[in-house]
Design a protein around this ligand. Structure first.
Ligand SMILES: [Mg+2]
Length: 164
C-alpha cells in the first residue's frame, strides 16, 4: 500500500503542522481545491482557510492549487485567495503536478501534495516521490465516482485516524 499511503493525515489544512513539514524539507505545497480548501458544495473558501493560506509565506512556503475541476469558477476562487492554479489536472497522472512544480520553482524533494483523496492526490504525489498530506474531505458532497472510491479509501486507511 506504499503508493496509497499518505505521510501525514490531518482533519483539515488548518490542522497541518507546517513546522514539521518544514523540518522535513518542504518549501512548496501543491494543494487540491475541492473538499480540501473548501467544501465541494460551496464556492467560498472558509475564512479560517483563507487566513491559513495568507500565512503560508510567513512559514517560508509557497503554494499552487492543482485541481481536476474543469469549471471556470475555480480560476476565480484561486484568484480570490491569491494562489496560482493548474486546472483540468487529471490527477493522479504526473503532468499537472510537474506543471505545479514549475510554477513554484520546486522539486519533488522540496514539495508536498495536500489533498482529500487517496487515489488522486496521495497517489499522484507518491508517484513523483513527493511528500503527501491527506486531509478529511470538507463536505460529504462528492462526484459520483468519488463516492465509490471513498469506500476503497476507507479500506486503504484501515482505521488510521488524523493526527490532529
Ligand atoms: Mg478534492
Amino acid at each position: 500500500m506504499g503508493m496509497l499511503s499518505p505521510d501525514f493525515y490531518y482533519s483539515s489544512v488548518t490542522a497541518i503542522d507546517l513546522a514539521v513539514l518544514r523540518q522535513a524539507g518542504v518549501r512548496h505545497l501543491l494543494i487540491d481545491l475541492d473538499n480540501t480548501l473548501m467544501p465541494r458544495d460551496s464556492s467560498e473558501v472558509p475564512p479560517e482557510v483563507r487566513t491559513w493560506v495568507n500565512a503560508l509565506p510567513d512559514t517560508g512556503m509557497n503554494a499552487c492549487l492543482v485541481s481536476n475541476n474543469w469549471h471556470a469558477h475555480v480560476a476565480s476562487v484561486a484568484d480570490g485567495i491569491g494562489l496560482p492554479i493548474v486546472t483540468r489536472a487529471l490527477k493522479p497522472f504526473p503532468p499537472a503536478f510537474r506543471k505545479g512544480l514549475r510554477v513554484l520553482g520546486g522539486t519533488s524533494d522540496t514539495t508536498a501534495v495536500v489533498g482529500d483523496q487517496i487515489f488522486t492526490d496521495v497517489l499522484g504525489g507518491n508517484l513523483l516521490g513527493m511528500m503527501t498530506v491527506l486531509v478529511l474531505p470538507q463536505s460529504t458532497s462528492d462526484l459520483p465516482h468519488t463516492l465509490l472510491l471513498r469506500r476503497a479509501e476507507r479500506r486503504v486507511l484501515a482505521g488510521r485516524e488524523p493526527l490532529a
